[in-house]
Design a protein. Structure first.
Length: 202
């Protein structure tokens, strides 16, 4: 999979556009800029946007070509983003106030251990925000993995993010909805998505 993402990000242009994910943007705009981490942010569109709004941003992603694109985009916007080439299973995050990710689909055996694990890097009062494709996305042409196991079930993911391996997390928003995506040719059209916003309380 690493080779696939490197090939995609090595192409001319930005695979998912330069604008931030609309859901992440709408949530992050409600918060006071401090420290933020953007897992699997690829070419850095979410982190670069957040940095332009005053956040001190770190990305981790295992695609080296994504890091190169993020640097270009950050220079365009005259901001700095720290980019760590690392995967979810091995990353050790520094303390942060926000973890935000879009379309971060991993095998469930990895997700159920390591997504709760990285929540421990949040300060108490910090936020976790994500948007991903729901299992109803299977067969739709608006993006996402066409592998049922990689798509999200809301109750399952919430149980993991608030389970024994996670710190104490309060639900601010958790829903399944349909929306019309317009991020790039790879993410365009009616999509079934999961949206989760949690706050660390302990």
């Amino acid at each position: 999979m690493r080779d696939l993402w490197n090939q995609r990000f090595a192409q001319e242009g930005w695979a998912y556009g330069k604008r931030p994910n609309a859901y992440l943007k709408s949530c992050i705009e409600k918060l006071t800029p401090t420290l933020a981490c953007f897992p699997a942010d690829g070419e850095g569109r979410n982190a670069v946007w957040a940095a332009s709004k005053g956040w001190e941003c770190t990305v981790f992603d295992y695609a080296e070509e994504g890091a190169k694109k993020c640097k270009i985009l950050a220079e365009e916007k005259n901001v700095h983003v720290k980019y760590i080439v690392e995967d979810l299973q091995s990353i050790e995050l520094e303390v942060t106030d926000l973890i935000a990710c879009s379309w971060f689909h991993t095998p469930p055996e990895v997700r159920k251990i390591h997504m709760p694990r990285i929540l421990h890097s949040l300060r108490v009062g910090g936020h976790f925000i994500m948007e991903g494709y729901h299992k109803n996305q299977l067969g739709k042409k608006s993006g996402g993995p066409q592998n049922f196991d990689l798509l999200f079930d809301l109750d399952e993911v919430l149980a993991e993010l608030r389970g024994d391996l996670a710190p104490q997390m309060e639900v601010i928003e958790a829903c399944v909805t349909e929306c019309v995506l317009d991020e790039s040719e790879l993410h365009r059209g009616l999509a079934s998505v999961v949206r989760i916003w949690l706050k660390r309380t302990g």
